[in-house]
Design a protein around this ligand. Structure first.
Ligand SMILES: [Ca+2]
Ligand SMILES: [Ca+2]
Ligand SMILES: [Ca+2]
Length: 150
């Protein structure tokens, strides 16, 4: 992760000098944040009604945890979860990436609310700032960052 950040930094540095900003050359995906648009409200594993869940996300690649987010501040949908410019580069852009949404619970184990799978390279052609992915009742918007964004 650190290594790829350095590669990206030097890449941006080079582009700064030569002022290149050809988006068609971009071979990586950056997710700034995600919006939880909707989810199965019957997900609750707890007996007590605790209101709107404290949402956070775990990103997994090939079953390994790649990123764990902080809790969302939002108490209704759409609930924003920051991804801090999460980078997918190299082989990572061609594999299944799973975003799992959890409810953080203090007294009991966290509840899995749902998950959705995408392949980062699917977004390269369109260059949309917002991409919607779904998994069952779960609907997420991915807010993507592109090199030429100002
Ligand atoms: Ca819960
Ligand atoms: Ca909770
Ligand atoms: Ca629980």
């Amino acid at each position: 992760m650190k290594e790829t950040a350095y590669i990206l930094l030097s890449f941006f540095g080079l582009c700064f000098i030569t002022s290149c900003c050809d988006e068609t050359d971009q071979n990586y995906i950056i997710i700034d944040s995600i919006d939880v648009i909707s989810f199965d409200e019957e997900y609750f594993e707890d007996d007590i009604d605790e209101g709107f869940p404290e949402l956070y996300a775990i990103v997994r690649i090939a079953g390994d945890t790649y990123y764990t987010s902080d809790l969302s501040y939002d108490q209704s949908t759409p609930a924003s979860i920051t991804f801090d410019g999460l980078l997918f580069i190299g082989e990572e852009i061609n594999v299944d990436v799973e975003i799992m949404i959890f409810d953080d619970d203090e007294a009991t184990t966290e509840d899995l609310i749902g998950s959705a799978i995408f392949v980062p390279s699917d977004f390269l052609l369109q260059h949309n700032r917002r991409e919607t992915i779904q998994g069952g009742f779960l609907e997420l918007d991915l807010l993507l960052k592109w090199e030429c964004d100002s």
